[in-house]
Design a protein around this ligand. Structure first.
Ligand SMILES: *Cc1c(COP(=O)(O)O)cnc(C)c1O
Length: 231
């Protein structure tokens, strides 16, 4: 059943990409497995899903250690990060998508340096300017990236966003466009690790087709793969 859902999403991603003239391989699916039991994650892994996103460190730590995969899985942290937990996050994850302030970046860099590891990070941007949401404000992103340049254990790959919740997928489009435009400006200023290949993590179960049209390279899919989460 999980395989069918994953195959359906893969087909939809492919169709969306082709429809707007993009290479389907340029969009990767991050399976968001928060609150999803280990056996289900294993089933998804057996269907070929290799990138997973988790929001809660403790929950993720147990799963990651038990799914010991000889490096065949890639784990992305997509939750809110506190600086006193950054060391744990740097150890467990290959990619941290939610860096939004210097203190977190410094803590991640310190731990990655200690581990002799290059840590991939994305900058979370609060494009909707919502008070309750994490993320750097768009106009503060450039300064943050400049302050992060000396942090050599971090590779800043791109930007991530969670637009304001909307009923209609189309409601997300202006926020996705704003993220892409900001990424373009920052790339022009050479502030990413690879300014020719900037990652844009945007789009979830309800609006990933719109996100792909607007340039998403990473889409974060929970419900459409694993079903509704028990809360
Ligand atoms: C839970 C979550 C998702 C997945 O959302 P769905 O609507 O279930 O696909 C994506 N991104 C973040 C940051 C999340 O916390």
């Amino acid at each position: 059943m999980i395989c069918e859902k994953i195959e359906r999403i893969q087909a939809e991603v492919r169709a969306s990409a082709l429809r707007c003239g993009r290479n389907p391989d340029s969009v990767k699916i991050v399976a968001v497995s928060k609150h999803v039991p280990l056996a289900t994650i294993r089933a998804a892994q057996e269907c070929g899903q290799s990138i997973f996103g988790e929001n809660y460190l403790q929950e993720a730590a147990g799963k990651i250690s038990q799914l010991n995969s000889n490096g065949s899985l890639q784990w992305h942290f997509i939750g809110h990060l506190q600086s006193n937990k950054a060391a744990t996050a740097a150890e467990l994850f290959q990619v941290i998508q939610t860096v939004d302030r210097l203190k977190i970046a410094v803590a991640l860099n310190n731990q990655a340096t200690r581990l002799n590891k290059q840590l991939e990070v994305l900058i979370q941007v609060n494009v909707g300017r919502e008070a309750q949401k994490s993320g750097v404000l768009p106009e503060k992103a450039e300064a943050l990236l400049r302050e992060m340049q000396p942090l050599t254990a971090l590779r800043v790959r791109g930007l991530m966003t969670m637009p304001p919740y909307g009923q209609e997928p189309e409601a997300s489009r202006p926020y996705f466009q704003a993220l892409k435009q900001l990424a373009g400006q920052l790339a022009k200023a050479n502030l990413f690790h690879d300014n020719e290949a900037v990652e844009l993590s945007m789009g979830m179960s309800g609006d990933f087709a719109v996100a792909i049209e607007e340039g998403a390279t990473l889409i974060r899919i929970g419900t459409a793969i694993f079903g509704e989460r028990a809360r």
